[in-house]
Ligand binder design. Structure first.
Ligand code: RP5
Length: 172
């Protein structure tokens, strides 16, 4: 039902349309970087409700531990998936409609009490952060991922130091 990348998937990436792929690839890059096996598929809350429910219902049994969901417009996809699984669901609002993602931000974020969706920023930054949050969740029981996250944080800091130095020297 989904394309598998890097062994038995522990993270599922679901998006509402293939037009969401360029945004969701940011999540894939991070999971690849941390060597976290994942699967990718398309499903829509509105166009393929049965496929969406099947995916969500089978996710835990198939070994997934976190689900990352990106969708645009009236983005109910993350919420529908969250309603059918006990796994943590991370939602990414995608800026694909004329409302530039404000519509999907609200429909992803404003879940009724009892069914949480951890909602990220709109677009690419959100997709990247969704994958980092997924790695952080998995790291709770993986010393290896904890170390990798610490190294990642250090790299972020180093990059800022290097750029600041570049500006100081007039190289940037
Ligand atoms: C949503 O509608 C998708 O997640 C996508 O962001 C948006 C537009 O989909 P397409 O018309 O490009 O397939 O369901």
């Amino acid at each position: 039902m989904a394309e598998k990348k890097g062994g038995n998937p522990v993270v599922g990436i679901v998006m509402g349309s293939d037009s969401d792929l360029p945004v969701m690839e940011e999540a894939e890059k991070i999971l690849n970087q941390f060597q976290v096996p994942f699967e990718v598929t398309l499903s829509s809350a509105h166009r393929s409700p049965n496929r969406t429910i099947r995916y969500a219902k089978s996710a835990e049994k198939r070994g997934l531990e976190v689900i990352i969901v990106g969708a645009g417009a009236a983005a109910h996809l993350a919420g529908v998936i969250a309603s059918e699984t006990i796994l943590p669901v991370i939602g990414i609002p995608i800026d694909s409609s004329p409302l530039k993602g404000m519509d999907s931000l609200l429909s992803t974020l404003q879940m009724p009490g009892g069914v949480p969706v951890a909602t990220m920023a709109i677009g690419r930054a959100g997709a990247k952060n969704a994958a980092i949050l997924a790695v952080q969740i998995l790291a709770l029981k993986s010393p290896q991922l904890k170390e990798a996250l610490k190294a990642y944080k250090k790299r972020l800091e180093q990059e800022v130091e290097e750029k600041a130095e570049g500006i100081q020297k007039g190289a940037i």
